[in-house]
Design a protein around this ligand. Structure first.
Ligand SMILES: Cc1cc2nc3c(=O)[nH]c(=O)nc-3n(C[C@H](O)[C@H](O)[C@H](O)COP(=O)(O)OP(=O)(O)OC[C@H]3O[C@@H](n4cnc5c(N)ncnc54)[C@H](O)[C@@H]3O)c2cc1C
Length: 246
């Protein structure tokens, strides 16, 4: 897998991330089917649509009592484009996840970089574990955008200079910053996604608060919105039970 060198592209600066649900086989009925095989054996598929209230109750019971395995019989594949520093955090989630990321060895990396938007709280106050983030001033926003963009341009020029001189992509990429966008496919199931969301989003219904970096939370929020549409009963039970993965 190799790409021929392209013409030098102009750096682009983004303040948002992209999340697309590209493939899925995920429904509340998958949870019910898996749970009911315990008691109903092969007949369990027929039971699914009989009594919706009972189905809702069963999903809630499984969530509340942390019977987690029935939430694993489903699959969601997301395309995600986000800065490398988000992927560093993301790939710490090992269990129930599969990843494939674009290669900086096989292709020339494109100059798309992250710059915080105006709504991104810029100033950190407090001590580790007790941080609070507050709005930056217009001057801090202006400085952040300007310094980041200058630094990104300089780094990308250095990358291009090395490529033009024949240095291998895998060597030249060392000068690129973690604000560079990368892309990946991430496949998970509802149980592994719930564990991720419990740690990487903040939510008023969370029984155990977490304090994720805003940019991975932006990815999590978009994944959550897709998942909520696919498995509304499971999603409601997750929230009702404090957003703790079963
Ligand atoms: C707010 C926040 C701050 C963080 N800060 C840091 C930091 O400063 N430095 C840092 O290095 N990381 C940090 N992390 C990453 C964190 O330590 C975890 O690696 C990450 O959240 C993935 O969680 P996990 O291991 O539970 O998930 P997964 O890897 O998906 O594992 C899921 C579950 O499987 C079980 N499991 C998986 N592997 C093992 C194992 N080897 N042994 C026993 N049980 C296992 C555990 O029950 C685990 O919860 C931070 C995470 C968050 C949310």
């Amino acid at each position: 897998m190799t790409d021929s060198p392209t013409e030098t592209a102009k750096p682009g600066f983004l303040s948002d991330v992209t999340v697309e649900l590209v493939k899925h086989s995920a429904a509340d009925s998958d949870v019910l089917w898996a749970a009911r095989v315990s008691t109903a054996g092969e007949q369990s598929l027929e039971e699914l649509t009989k009594d919706p209230e009972r189905s809702k109750g069963l999903i809630n019971y499984l969530m509340r009592d942390r019977h987690g395995s029935p939430f694993e019989h489903n699959s969601m594949t997301f395309f995600i484009s986000a800065p490398i520093f988000v992927f560093r955090e993301f790939m710490r989630h090992r269990v129930g996840w599969s990843y494939n990321e674009e290669s900086g060895r096989y292709r020339e990396l494109q100059p798309v970089f992250y710059v915080p938007g105006q709504d991104r709280k810029l100033v950190q106050e407090g001590r580790p574990g007790k941080y609070v983030f507050v709005d930056g001033t217009p001057e801090q926003h202006e400085l952040t955008s300007r310094v980041m963009e200058d630094s990104y341009r300089q780094a990308y020029e250095a990358y291009q200079e090395m490529l033009a001189a024949g240095v291998a992509r895998e060597v030249a990429r060392a000068v690129l910053p973690v604000g560079l966008f990368s892309s990946m496919y991430a496949t998970c199931n509802a149980r592994s996604l719930m564990h991720f969301l419990g740690l990487r989003t903040q939510h008023e219904q969370a029984a155990v608060p977490s304090f994720p970096q805003r940019e991975i939370e932006m990815v999590g929020e978009k994944m959550e919105a897709e998942w909520a549409k696919l498995m509304p009963l499971t999603y409601a039970a997750f929230n009702k039970n404090g957003r703790v993965a079963p």
